[in-house]
Ligand binder design. Structure first.
Ligand code: 6PG
Length: 250
């Protein structure tokens, strides 16, 4: 593994998705135990898409049966598609199939975004649920998992979206022009408040976006992942594989 700093963040380059997922599982568990020791429980925002599947499957595998903290773990999402929880596009469904159905996590500690509802009301409901949960937890996630789109989006914060500069709301339901759909997403107000943030980025298709996000002075509104800047002492780690790192200088 090669590691270096970029824009105040730690970057770790791993051989492939499997290796970076193993590292992500290690950090997930260490962050969870750190949080439980300090706060009594652990609140994590899962990312969607396909990259985190390997991490979630690893956490569900017997390799991590020793992770005995599911009873102290609360799972939220960084974003969700506006589809039912049974839809193949659902980030909740992906996490349920790869992780949640395989670990003893109390159902009342699984806090999914209701993609099946009218977007604005789903965002308002999640704002209330998330706000209530975080109030007694210093207002922040212990761990925020994020992915990177090949256009530089993260969560469902897409280039030039009006949601990028929203510092008022915790959860919004922007219409994504590129996809012609609404999405549900945490805002950077919440994302940048997290104590620990980890990006998982794999594959050659992400190399150009990773270069634009981590190097040079590209417009953050054109490459929204550049706007992930943990505040209040939070830290940011990029777990990437060699294929995604091909356009980085290090
Ligand atoms: C989503 C995600 C999104 C994702 C990136 C990368 O709902 O799609 O939250 O931000 O992390 O698009 O997706 P892949 O991992 O599938 O490349």
């Amino acid at each position: 593994m090669i590691t270096f700093q970029k824009q105040g963040a730690r970057v770790e380059v791993w051989h492939d998705l499997d290796d970076l997922s193993a590292r992500a599982a290690e950090l997930f568990i260490s962050t969870a135990y750190e949080s439980i020791t300090g706060n009594g429980d652990f609140t994590v925002a899962l990312s969607g898409g396909s990259t985190p599947r390997a991490l979630y499957a690893r956490l569900a595998s017997e390799a991590h049966e020793e992770y005995a903290a599911w009873a102290r773990t609360h799972v939220f999402w960084s974003d969700e598609r506006c589809v039912p929880p049974t839809d193949e596009q659902s980030n909740y469904r992906m996490a349920r199939e790869t992780l949640l159905d395989h670990v003893p996590l109390p159902p009342q500690q699984i806090h999914r975004m209701r993609g099946e509802d009218e977007p604005a009301s789903a965002a308002a409901l999640y704002t209330s649920q998330l706000g209530q949960h975080l109030t007694s937890r210093a207002g922040r996630f212990n761990l925020m998992l994020l992915g990177l789109g090949d256009d530089g989006h993260t969560a469902s914060l897409f280039p030039h979206s009006s949601a990028l500069d929203d510092m008022e709301h915790l959860v919004v339901a922007p219409f994504v022009e590129k996809l012609r759909v609404h999405r549900l997403t945490l805002t950077f107000r919440v994302i940048n408040d997290a104590a620990h943030t980890i990006f998982l980025v794999s594959g050659e298709a992400k190399a150009a976006a990773l270069h634009a996000v981590l190097e040079g002075d590209a417009d953050p509104h054109a490459w929204p992942a550049r706007m992930v800047r943990p505040a209040h002492g939070g830290n940011l780690t990029w777990l990437i594989d060699q294929d995604a790192a091909t356009q980085l200088s290090y």
